[in-house]
Design a protein around this ligand. Structure first.
Ligand code: ARG
Length: 378
């Protein structure tokens, strides 16, 4: 296309990042980029992107914690910053035309920089994997991709996505070789306690950790019990159903624990309304609308709901399973004196009589005037 290219790679905690990122820089320069930048965005990704998603228990179609979808807006933020710094008039990405990621890269770019052009060569030229490899070979661009490689993999702090190959047949079991983060190696069951402050995970077994360390450590422990795999057929934004496998030990365990802590710290109506909004919030992220007015308004609501989501959740890990076995909070709405069936409770039993009578009054009236025996099916 006759353009000068500045390559930007963003470290969002993908497998082997760190030293790999140096190779990325070399490869970009070898491929003809006039400059190459590598940006470590792990802390920012965890704090500004993963935390809001966790507060919202965000899972697309009830199952997928949005691993790839969450990383795109932070990558775009840095792409746009780099474009501004270098006075570029366009940003480019390597997505094809069939996936969600093109949507996320482009919509996020337009939201942050409506004046920037977006270029997608792989999509425009419709290169197959083979043709892309050939293109690199002919031009002497060093790449590690091989023709045989079957899977399309994307990963970061929040988990790992593995698609394509034989898994395009949704009936075929994922071959054991696709799993990396969820190999069952632990021998003894164990407990791990996750502590939250205002909806944010802050410690494991009482040890304060940075978000990045906490996510990595929890993921390693939970993954060693072989827990955190997802095998699903999901609806892409572009109208295609797609068989996806994921391994998300850290994110699934955190969402499980966070959601559970909310059960003792959120008032009933707030909890129900929040639960009603959560699937929609996840859809916005999936569909590339991280930077959008609706997402922002949801964030205000969700943030406000998290003030008292403080406390501990104990997870029990054993053979392929992870479950909550206890939760506590200094701000709990759970009230032993109200809940107990012991004699010493503080609940006013007599109040129930009138309450239940009025609660049932409408149905009672219906039964008397129109109910069984008055032409209604029963
Ligand atoms: N289906 C997932 C999503 O849309 C994962 C996409 C992963 N990307 C990839 N190139 N393998 O978020």
């Amino acid at each position: 296309m006759g353009l000068d290219v500045i390559a930007v790679a963003v470290d969002v905690g993908q497998e082997g990042a760190g030293d790999e990122m140096d190779k990325v820089r070399e490869r970009a320069l070898a491929a003809g980029a006039i400059e190459a930048e590598v940006i470590d965005a792990k802390d920012e990704y965890a704090t500004d992107f993963l935390v809001p998603a966790l507060k919202a228990n965000a899972m697309y179609e009830g199952r997928y914690p949005l691993v790839s979808a969450l990383s795109r807006p932070v990558i775009v933020k840095h792409l746009v910053n780099a474009a501004r710094r270098h006075g570029a008039d366009a940003v480019g990405h390597g997505c094809t035309g069939k996936g969600n990621d093109q949507v996320r890269f482009e919509v996020s770019t337009r939201a942050l920089a409506p004046d920037l052009e977006v270029i997608a060569p792989a999509r425009n030229w419709g290169l197959t994997r083979d043709e892309s490899i050939r293109y690199a070979e002919v031009r002497g661009i060093p790449i590690t991709a091989t023709r045989e490689k079957l899977y399309s993999i994307d990963d970061n702090l929040w988990g790992r996505a593995i698609e394509c190959g034989e898994m395009e047949d949704p009936w075929r079991e994922p071959p054991p070789g696709v799993w990396l983060l969820t190999k069952h190696t632990a021998t003894e069951p164990t407990d791990i306690t996750v502590s939250f402050e205002a909806g944010v995970p802050v410690a494991l077994d009482g040890e304060k950790l940075s978000l990045v360390d906490l996510i990595n450590k929890l993921g390693a422990v939970v993954g060693s019990y072989g827990w955190g795999r997802i095998d699903m057929v999901e609806n892409r934004r572009v109208g295609i159903k797609s068989r996806e496998t994921y391994e998300c030990p850290a994110s699934l365990a955190l969402i499980l624990a966070h959601n559970d802590l909310e059960s003792i710290t959120l008032e009933r109506d707030l909890a129900r309304e929040k639960a009603r909004l959560e699937p929609r919030y996840a859809e916005l992220i999936y569909d590339g609308l991280w930077f959008s007015p609706l997402k922002r308004a949801y964030d205000a609501f969700i943030d406000d709901s998290q003030k008292f989501v403080t406390g501990d959740v104990r997870l029990h890990l054993s053979d392929g399973s992870c479950r909550v076995t206890g939760r506590r909070s200094p701000d709990a709405l759970y009230d032993y004196e109200l809940a107990t069936y012991d004699a010493a409770d503080s609940f006013r039993h007599a109040d129930s009589e009138g309450f239940v009578r009025l609660w049932g009054l409408s149905v009672q009236t219906w039964a008397q005037r129109q109910g069984p025996g008055r032409g209604q099916d029963q």
